[in-house]
Write a protein that binds this ligand. Sequence first.
Ligand SMILES: NC(=O)c1ccc[n+]([C@@H]2O[C@H](COP(=O)([O-])OP(=O)(O)OC[C@H]3O[C@@H](n4cnc5c(N)ncnc54)[C@H](OP(=O)(O)O)[C@@H]3O)[C@@H](O)[C@H]2O)c1
Length: 284
Amino acid sequence: MSSVLLIGANGQLGSDLRTRSGVISVTRAELDITDHRRVAEMLRETRPDVIVNTAAFINVETSEVEVEAAFAVNAVAIRNLAIQADAIGACLVHISTDYVFDGAGSVPYSEDAATGPLNVYGNSKLAGEFFVRALCRRHLIVRSSGLYGLAGSSGKGGNFVRTMLRLGKEKGEVSVVTDQVLTPTNTKDLAEMTWRLVDGGAQGVLHVTNSGSCTWNEFARAIFELSGMDVAVHPTDSASTGSKARRPAYSVLSNARLEREGFGAMRPWREALASHLQALGPLT
Ligand SMILES: NC(=O)c1ccc[n+]([C@@H]2O[C@H](COP(=O)([O-])OP(=O)(O)OC[C@H]3O[C@@H](n4cnc5c(N)ncnc54)[C@H](OP(=O)(O)O)[C@@H]3O)[C@@H](O)[C@H]2O)c1
């Protein structure tokens, strides 16, 4: 394998990507991507052929009020990274999100479907995508959705699975929205597919999620069912959550290109969730 630099190695996806041997992994403490001089130094030192970037400002709610901070990481730093990656001839593999879509659709979004983010986070990620496409000739943008992994997300203080398990245990009941449809995705599966794409030389934009779809409410029910927990999951809607950020009502991504180009199928989200819960073990 050619030399690979993984940025954002402490995140939940980063933690699953870094298990591959031979990868040079850097955490935020080692490389803050908003420090443009340090990025240049790192690329000079490591001369990677492939750069995989998972680093992002991922808190959707905080992004609404810390707009500059979200854009500094998700857009401006990515512009710099794209320019520098191109200058050394590297392929920039950049992770993006289903939140680039407005969610008005009702069938899975293909890679070339029109974008229209509803919130600051989605806009900042879309700006990052534009910079990657415009400024780095060798690039792969991997869009995914509803990530959960063993490491948990520092940017979100955990992830949905952990939050549900904790609330279920503490309160015995939760209220979860029924008006947002997504595909929950296990970061272990996304990491495996990302490496397969890197090895296969995939370029352009690709959607990669587990297969199928559900509402967040159905996702919560599955978490409790598969964990053998008796927790009441009440329906609620987005308008009642008090959230500052608008979210897409339907943000299911189509994996058709992935399958068409021979990279294989992603397993169903429920199956991926079951193996995650098994790996997570009992909540202490
Ligand atoms: N989470 C989701 O549901 C979801 C859905 C779709 C797409 N995505 C995308 O998937 C990617 C990975 O997300 P994730 O869930 O693995 O997030 P995560 O666990 O929060 O990981 C993001 C990582 O980025 C690091 N980071 C933040 N700002 C940085 C900076 N300025 N310089 C260097 N590193 C920085 C964080 O470091 P610290 O640990 O030090 O904060 C963290 O390790 C992101 O691009 C995200 O936009 C996520």
